[in-house]
Design a protein around this ligand. Structure first.
Ligand code: GLA
Ligand code: ZN
Length: 670
């Protein structure tokens, strides 16, 4: 597959014209409005199964033919969905096995969506059939751009079919050797020893829920079962439309599926972006969203991703659905493109007249015309995207990376110890990312298995579980000259949650960091530990690793309790590189100060030659540098040298950005 799925940036929306099948004048109006909004694509058929197969084996593609033909005639691309995200009622009534069983053992009744059994052979077969019909029918259709598989895969099923599949999965994982499993799950403890795989069930509140390795295995299985469901879905598409790329829309940092593993099977990574702009200072939301964009960009080695959904107004599912300020939507789109998105798409094109989502923001309101604030902002995004079109397909790689690993997040969720609440693994990763973001230094966000060789700086916070190979990869990265930052509760367990013996951090990491963590103290909520660094006092929270230096140098010290004066941050020259160990969850100010040192030492360069005000950041994509102000207050900044303003053609040596303003710069050409 190419880096570029389409020659252009995609501006589009979930388009559900089946809601308006009896009012064709709305279908006509849709296309007129799409032109006015500068939209070049529409995502169709996401939950259309009952329209496509109204009764078992009776199909009706006529309406979809017409939609596809109308889109093609209007010069628009179709992202065509497979309908497995919601089932027709007839199917659930006649074949209840398609319905998910809860952890309690109760089977769901028909309703809502996103809740099918992951294993049911009948459901898998039906999905395959309908996908094959879609693929055969539209394989040569001029509108077809991409496949959108199902919708937001998520959840788990505890039915007997899934239990059996889980046991088979475990047999493969543990070489069909129950004693191997007993050892790795440490089942001798509390009489949990099993004599056969048949004795195993999914973790349950009223059953086995105190074996962390079982919980971990169940999460791995559920994730794999989603992936195998996906593979079943795409098989007919690969057969009939091998050149048409496939995606499925992912959900932020949803941990029910290992997104890194799933991404390997996708041609295009795409995700649904619904930031809570109004709940917190916009800069906090901007950092979190930037992080997620970078997670998805990094999944395919810097290849562009799609922002498959977003809303140009408010959602309907927060407790309070406040309207974002004017300009926020355009800035959200600019941010996505700056971080590598090749699309800005919405849920949905036109507000539903009835049903659950009728008050969810959409491009076209119930009012039905183009003279609305939201429509004007969407059209502005469309015009802007036409000016930025040259970036489409461009791959972006950074020289710094933060490791944020799905399996590690699971392992952190399931252990019992130190502190029960607020482990917040991805939040910890984001606090390191934030310091780079504020300095305009580009950062990839990668899994523990990623190739580290291209990075000058790798930050791997809270690496509690070491996957096979991780130890060697980290050691060899530093040996060859890399700079690594890791820390607290790092290197405690292996892939099965068995602790390393002989001192933490485990395996070769002690040698790498030059420290031995003898004990770990836990702090109460709200309790802070003073940390003295560079003559200043900062704070840390959550836990404090109490360390002995074994070759490392001490850079910061704890300020209280029996371990006052002992190392809180250490540095160890190792091979040609350097390994830092941060013993606690540092506050943002300490991370920021330490990041300045890291940037100086590694020679990382910011994407813009300027001192950035607190809510402003800059991100380079190809030739363009996007400067964004995530604040309701204007911001001005002098530039270190003159740039060309890509949008106005003028030469600029300073920027005055309005509230939620942005600029797109490029280096001056001689
Ligand atoms: C998700 C779904 C959409 C829609 C939106 C609403 O992202 O994929 O179908 O329900 O949420 O925000
Ligand atoms: Zn099931």
């Amino acid at each position: 597959m190419k880096d570029k799925y389409c020659d252009h940036l995609i501006h589009g929306a979930d388009y559900n014209p089946d809601q308006w099948i009896d009012t064709k004048e709305i279908w006509d109006e849709d296309l007129r409005l799409m032109d006015l909004a500068h939209m070049n694509s529409a995502t169709v058929g996401i939950f259309a199964w009952s329209m496509l197969e109204p009764a078992e084996g009776q199909y009706d593609f006529g309406w979809l033919d017409e939609v596809m033909d109308r889109l093609a005639a209007a010069g628009k691309k179709a992202i065509l969905a497979t309908p497995s995200g919601a089932r027709p009622v007839w199917m659930a009534k006649a074949h209840p096995e398609v319905l998910r069983v809860e952890e309690t053992g109760l089977r769901n009744e028909y309703g809502v969506r996103h809740n099918h059994c992951l294993t049911s052979p009948y459901y898998r077969e039906k999905v395959r059939q309908i996908n094959a019909l879609l693929a055969r029918r539209y394989k040569d259709h001029p509108a077809l751009l991409m496949w959108h598989i199902s919708n937001e895969y998520s959840g788990e099923c505890h039915c007997e079919l899934c239990q059996r599949a889980f046991r088979e999965w475990l047999k493969k994982e543990y070489d069909n050797d129950i004693e191997k499993l007993n050892f790795q799950w440490w089942n001798g403890f509390w009489s949990h020893k099993l004599s056969s795989f048949d004795e195993i069930s999914s973790p349950k509140f009223r059953g086995e829920n105190h074996v962390p390795a079982l919980k971990l295995a169940w999460r791995r299985f559920t994730s794999d079962q989603h992936i195998s469901f996906y593979e079943n879905e795409i098989a007919p598409l690969r057969e009939y439309t091998p050149a048409v790329p496939v995606t499925t829309n992912l959900m932020r940092l949803y941990t029910g599926i290992d997104y890194h593993k799933l991404a390997k099977k996708l041609d295009v990574v795409s995700w649904d972006n619904y930031p809570a702009w109004c709940e917190r200072p916009p800069v906090d939301t901007a950092v979190e969203t930037a992080f997620v964009h970078d997670v998805f960009r990094s999944m395919k080695d810097g290849k562009p991703f799609y922002m498959m959904e977003s809303t140009p107004a408010q959602v309907n599912w927060f407790a309070v659905n406040k309207l974002p300020d004017p300009g926020v939507h355009v800035l959200e789109a600019v941010q996505a493109i700056a971080h590598g998105a090749d699309s800005v798409q919405y849920f949905q094109w036109r507000k539903s007249r009835g049903g659950h989502e009728k008050f969810h923001g959409a491009v076209v309101d119930h009012y039905g015309k183009e003279d609305t604030r939201v429509f004007r902002e969407v059209a502005e995004v469309g015009r802007l995207m036409e000016q930025l079109d040259a970036v489409a397909g461009g791959r972006t790689k950074a020289k710094a990376a933060v490791i944020a690993d799905w399996e590690n997040s699971w392992a952190i969720d399931v252990y019992c110890g130190f502190r029960r609440d607020g482990r917040d693994y991805f939040g910890v990763c984001q606090s390191w990312y934030r310091a780079l973001w504020q300095r305009g230094v580009a950062c990839d966000v990668i899994s523990m298995d990623a190739d580290l060789s291209g990075y000058d700086l790798v930050i791997a916070p809270y690496l509690y579980m070491l996957k096979p190979g991780a130890e060697d990869a980290l050691v060899s990265y530093v040996e060859k000259g890399g700079t690594l930052v890791s820390g607290y509760l790092t290197g405690l367990v292996d892939r099965d949650d068995l602790c390393y013996l002989g001192g933490f951090p485990g395996g070769r990491l002690r040698e790498l960091f030059g420290v031995w963590v003898e004990e770990t103290d836990a702090l109460y909520d709200g309790e802070r530990m003073p940390v003295i660094y560079n003559g200043k006092t900062y704070t840390s929270r959550d836990v404090c690793d109490i360390m002995h230096l074994q070759g490392a140098a001490q850079l910061a010290a704890y300020g209280e309790r029996f371990y006052a004066g002992t190392p809180a941050l250490t540095a160890h020259a190792f091979g040609k590189g350097k390994a830092y160990y941060a013993g606690s969850r540092f506050d943002d100010a300490l991370i920021a100060d330490f990041t300045d040192t890291l940037i100086n030492e590694t020679g990382l360069t910011p994407d813009l030659d300027a001192a950035l005000p607190p809510c402003v950041t800059a991100r380079r994509r190809g030739e363009l540098i996007f400067v964004m102000n995530f604040s309701a207050a204007p911001a001005s900044l002098p530039l270190g040298h003159t740039y060309a303003d890509h949008l106005t053609g003028q030469t600029v040596s300073a920027l005055a950005l309005p509230a939620y303003g942005y600029a797109v710069l490029e280096e001056m050409k001689n």
